[in-house]
Design a protein around this ligand. Structure first.
Ligand SMILES: NC(=O)c1ccc[n+]([C@@H]2O[C@H](COP(=O)([O-])OP(=O)(O)OC[C@H]3O[C@@H](n4cnc5c(N)ncnc54)[C@H](O)[C@@H]3O)[C@@H](O)[C@H]2O)c1
Ligand SMILES: [Zn+2]
Ligand SMILES: [Zn+2]
Length: 385
């Protein structure tokens, strides 16, 4: 089959690889019909997360069941499903508590309690480095789905692929930021980052009844997308002091909730890059720091953007003084996906209006390039195998 294979940073290739096959009675093989490139894939593409050997990428995918393991009773050949990006057994200590991303059974080799830099990670993710299980991903014609009695959800026929594909990751991720921060209605929610995840968080904040939703970014075309697709008020972080701007819009207090949908790959100055070397750090916590300043006392910050490293000068004193609640982690997709399917069925939210590029799988390397370098006003790339 054809698949998108990571070789080394900035080197994605579409190649012929071995077809996946059933390895466990709880597996299914899916014929992928649509798959997307995620901002998290860029951390591998840009070398922020190491991957020593070639790996089939992709954790946002959906398709049609092709083969069914002998223990699977909930799915049949021909069923059309979306698949959560974390791989979870459904039965361990953490799965039983609704924490599928910490599954104790999916990531045998590199799982552990510590959450270290290069060892003792959480549960496995599709197509997301050996440290997260080394599973082949879904940017491919076919993919093996383990624990298929736990993850995949059948989707109603009336929806197109594009209308439901983001149930696999960015929709539940954006929702997680809003849910964790306790948005119930009437809040001002400031979302840093108007990439796919930030846009989903903004849309979810409205559905949850936010009074005001602010979208912040440094790219004018992404701010324009936030105002068009999420109806947010936008702030260009490059053109003003964003923290002061948010305070001035909230009687000097700051936003009730700030969401970091940028992460460690935020744009940074040459001076910051020099400091990286000095502190042996990769990337930056600049956006997280802005969130901590822009949130009101007693408020909540959800960190959806990925951080992979420890950082010096972490403002724990400010967090203490302001009495902030901080929430973070991989999205709990299995836990939220059924509620979010009902949002789609009730027409409470639209997801496909953030898609800017539809490409055949063969053009995935170009898709990675324009998404990473923000060329061609790219916001979200969907690939068709
Ligand atoms: N927690 C999870 O489960 C989960 C799931 C999916 C993605 N993510 C992470 O969420 C983050 C965003 O993902 P995405 O797909 O939207 O990626 P993206 O790279 O398209 O979006 C990031 C956005 O941040 C903007 N940005 C950069 N520097 C900025 C700054 N200083 N201030 C404000 N905005 C800035 C960029 O212009 C871009 O629009 C990534 O780190 C990704 O890995 C986390
Ligand atoms: Zn993702
Ligand atoms: Zn488990």
């Amino acid at each position: 089959m054809k698949a998108v294979v990571f070789h080394k940073p900035n080197d994605m290739r579409v190649e012929t690889v071995e077809d996946p096959s059933l390895k466990d009675p709880r597996d299914v093989i899916l014929k992928v019909t649509s798959t997307a490139i995620c901002g998290s894939d860029l951390h591998i593409y840009n070398g922020f997360f190491p991957q020593p050997k070639p790996l089939v990428m992709g954790h946002e995918f959906m398709g049609v069941v092709e083969e069914v393991g002998s223990a699977i009773t909930n799915l049949r050949r021909g069923d059309r499903v979306v698949v959560p990006f974390p791989i979870a057994c459904g039965a361990c200590f953490f799965c039983a508590q609704g924490l599928p991303v910490h599954c104790e059974n999916s990531n045998h080799k590199h799982y552990g309690p510590e959450g270290g830099l290069l060892d003792q990670k959480g549960g496995a993710l599709f197509g997301y480095t050996d440290l997260y299980g080394g599973y082949m991903g879904g940017q491919a014609e076919y993919v093996r789905v383990p624990y298929a009695d736990v993850g995949p959800r059948k989707v109603p026929d009336r929806f197109s692929d594009e209308e439901v594909l983001f149930l696999t990751d960015i929709f539940p991720t954006g929702f997680s930021g809003v849910e964790w921060a306790g948005v119930k209605g009437g809040e001002t929610v400031a979302v840093f980052g108007c990439g796919p995840v930030g846009l989903m968080a903004q849309k979810c904040a409205w559905v949850r009844g936010a009074k005001r939703v602010l979208g912040l970014d440094i790219e004018p075309y992404r701010l324009e997308m936030a105002s068009r697709s999420a109806n947010s008020e936008t702030i260009n972080v490059k053109e003003c002091d964003a923290v002061e701007m948010i305070r001035s819009l909230t009687d000097g207090r700051g936003a009730d909730v700030c969401i970091d949908a940028v992460g460690m790959e935020a744009e940074r100055s040459l001076l910051d890059k020099a400091k990286n070397v000095l502190h042996m750090e990769i990337g930056t916590i600049n956006v997280l720091k802005m969130c901590l300043s822009a949130v009101r006392r007693g408020g909540a910050v959800s960190i959806l953007g990925v951080y992979g490293m420890p950082y010096d000068n972490f403002p724990i004193g400010q967090i203490f003084d302001k009495g902030l609640s901080i929430y973070t982690g991989q999205a709990l997709v299995h836990r939220y996906i059924d509620e979010l399917i009902s949002w789609l069925e009730e027409d409470r939210i639209r997801l496909d209006d953030i898609i800017t590029h539809r490409l055949p799988l063969a053009e995935a390397p170009h898709g990675y390039e324009i998404f990473n370098e923000k060329k061609e006003n790219c916001v979200k790339v969907v690939l068709s195998p």
